[in-house]
Write a protein that binds this ligand. Structure first.
Ligand code: ADP
Ligand code: ZN
Length: 623
């Protein structure tokens, strides 16, 4: 009897939740985990710890409970830009939300706090500093329905982004003992996870670990082709995504700035972001990027936490990341709307050396070296990359993904014995005293000053590899390293050394099988562009889609908000497929809720009608 009762309640609760999802967001179903989490915090008033990848839909896990409960949800977030964006998105969907933070005029902040005390907002976004400073003085009747802590890994010293102020959030449980606490993060290993729960004092929380798979992200690793070609590759990527945006992560501030300057020189709308810039400059870059005033951000790892921009279509790593956690989080910023997005990692020896020198200066060299090794193995591995990633995060998969470079283009093998012998012999003839760059120059017969000064133009193997490009040699050297024919003396200027098994190849006792390196003249989509340039028309859907993007741009400009706040790319894609011809059809489109139907149906429906040769609707003007 009792269980029947709760069943009825549960399905009633689920129905209410689904109706709100439809009405405010225009989504027809919950993503995995969302409903379970929403039930826990909103129906059972239980604490929860949510681990979901970037783009997994964490925000819904506190936004819907806010709508389902009386009072207001307080959301703690470390990033002002993120709070601002989330509030814009909520308001655009007709949900009363506000943010108070140090960037806003204090008078305005106070007015917003008054609204919050009066129960007139459903979600209040606040920085941890401000919450901690104020909460003890809030009136006893303050209508808090739940407290959500975003980027919760910041509380843990074990995590990769520790923020001391977060540790003081442990006081929340004392201050609000009866209010459900929801901690959310995209990255937390087992240790960090239990640390978060312990420090926040979560009481028998629901722990939800979502799948970390992001099938819409294509994964690709390319040997670093050198700066010039790399820049060309990046430009090509920007060109192929004119309406959208991307991120290039570089290893150092200097590299970030030089790439940014180069892109600006070529006429691209680029911004720069790294920890050496002032807070205002960083904030300005981020804003430009989010608003769509920049096509690309050239950044170090400092960029990106909490970036909630759904139309990032690509991420390029110009250098090898420090570990798989950061890599996965960084590429995860692309394609948050679930639509296809491209990720490229450029990989070279030089990066490993630089990373190792960073690590030597860091606090935990052993752990960090192990993590770097796993990253390197990922970059070099000849098997499905997604399998490696998911296995790394403890998800066991037993089939290939079909959306990584290895799956799409399995490497062709060939007998590379002679090629390897050339390289090894050159290493021996320089008394094993050169690094990879010099070695390649010797093999290719470069006449650069240092090479000649050291007499390397006199050795027998000088110029024996002229027939291959720098990029080819770089790729094959990396395979030789992976196969254990050479290693790098990191402690000794990164000189290359021939190993015992390398010596056996050199003496002809064993042979060496290599994976053929196919040099790409341009990036893969370039071919499609060329087709378009030669006059083959776009498909009708693509044409309509770009028309709808133009409408979105106009609407967004008129309202002074970023384009993706109006509609995401996924919404426009569904719209161009469904072609709604009136307001009723329009509300069926994915991501179109009640509020956005009212506000936007006319310009979009009319654009579609016009495209289909129908007469547009004309609204009678009120006289
Ligand atoms: P996270 O905070 O986990 O990185 P977000 O909460 O920003 O991710 O969600 C990513 C995107 O997914 C947002 O554009 C959001 O509107 C969308 N989304 C969330 N839940 C759903 C759902 N149930 N159906 C469709 N889209 C959703
Ligand atoms: Zn794969």
């Amino acid at each position: 009897m009792i269980s029947q009762q709760t069943n009825i309640d549960k399905s009633d609760f689920d129905r209410r939740a689904a109706a709100l999802l439809r009405r405010f967001y225009g989504y027809s179903e919950f993503r995995p985990g969302q409903l379970e989490i929403i039930r826990a915090v909103a129906a059972e008033k239980r604490d929860a710890l949510v681990l979901m990848p970037t783009g997994g839909g964490k925000s819904m896990c506190y936004q819907l409970p806010a709508l389902l409960s009386d009072g207001c949800a307080v959301v703690v977030s470390p990033l002002i830009a993120l709070m601002h964006d989330q509030v814009s998105a909520l308001v655009a969907n007709g949900i009363p939300a506000a943010t108070v933070n140090s960037n806003i005029d204090e008078q305005v902040n106070m007015r917003r706090m008054d609204q919050f005390f009066a129960g007139r907002v459903k979600l209040l976004y606040i920085s941890p500093e401000r919450l901690l400073a104020e909460m003890d003085h809030w009136p006893a009747t303050v209508p808090v329905s739940l407290i959500a802590i975003d980027e919760a890994h910041c509380i843990s010293q074990w995590g990769h982004d520790f923020r001391p102020v977060y540790t003081k959030l442990s006081h929340l449980k004392n201050r609000f003992p009866d209010i459900p606490l929801l901690a959310l993060t995209a990255t937390a290993d087992r240790l960090t996870r239990s640390d978060i729960a312990m420090q926040l004092g979560l009481r028998s929380p629901l722990i939800w670990t979502g799948s970390f798979d992001r099938p819409n992200l294509s994964l690709k690793v390319l040997p670093n082709p050198g700066k010039t070609r790399r820049v060309a590759y990046i430009c090509d990527m920007i060109d192929r995504h004119r309406d959208d945006a991307g991120i290039v992560y570089s290893i150092s501030r200097k590299a970030t700035e030089s790439l940014h300057d180069e892109l600006v020189r070529r006429g691209y709308k680029s911004v720069c972001y790294h920890a050496g810039m002032s807070a205002e400059d960083r904030e300005a870059s981020q804003r430009k990027f989010i608003n769509g005033d920049a096509q690309v951000v050239c950044a170090t790892v400092a960029f990106g936490m909490g970036i909630d921009k759904s139309n990032i279509r690509w991420v390029i790593h110009a250098n090898l990341p420090a570990n798989i956690e950061s890599y996965y989080q960084e590429i995860g910023r692309a394609g948050r709307d679930g639509m296809p997005a491209e990720t490229i990692l450029f990989y070279s020896f030089a990066d490993i050396a630089t990373r190792r020198s960073f690590i030597e200066e860091s606090g935990q060299p052993m752990l960090n070296l192990q993590k770097l090794n796993r990253m390197k193995e990922y970059a070099e591995a000849p098997v499905c990359r997604r399998r490696i990633l998911l296995n790394y995060f403890g998800e066991h998969v037993d089939c290939d993904c079909g959306n990584c470079d290895v799956c799409l283009d399995p490497p062709e093998r060939f007998d590379g014995t002679i090629l390897v012998q050339k390289a090894l012999s050159a290493i021996i003839r320089t008394q094993q005293k050169v690094g990879a760059l010099m070695l390649i120059d010797i093999l290719r017969g470069s006449a650069r000053t240092e090479l000649v000064a050291r007499g390397f133009d006199k050795i027998k193997t000088y110029g024996v590899g002229r027939d291959m490009s720098f990029a080819q040699w770089n790729a094959y050297l990396s395979q030789m390293l992976q196969l254990g024919f050479i290693d790098i003396a990191y402690e000794d200027s990164n000189r290359l050394r021939v190993t015992a098994s390398g010596l056996r190849v050199l003496k002809g006792e064993t042979s060496a099988t290599l994976a053929r390196f196919v040099e790409e003249k341009r990036s893969p989509g370039a071919r499609r562009n060329r087709v378009a340039e030669t006059g083959v028309p776009l498909s009708p859907n693509e044409e309509l889609l770009s028309l709808l993007k133009a409408v979105r741009r106009k609407v967004a400009d008129a309202e002074g908000v970023p384009a993706y706040i109006v509609f995401s790319d996924a919404t426009l894609a569904d719209m161009s497929a469904r072609r709604p011809r009136n307001a009723a059809d329009f509300t069926e489109v994915h991501g179109v809720g009640e509020r956005k139907t009212k506000r936007y149906w006319l310009p979009f429906v009319n654009a579609i009608r016009e495209f289909d040769g129908l007469a547009p609707f004309v609204l009678k003007s009120k006289q």
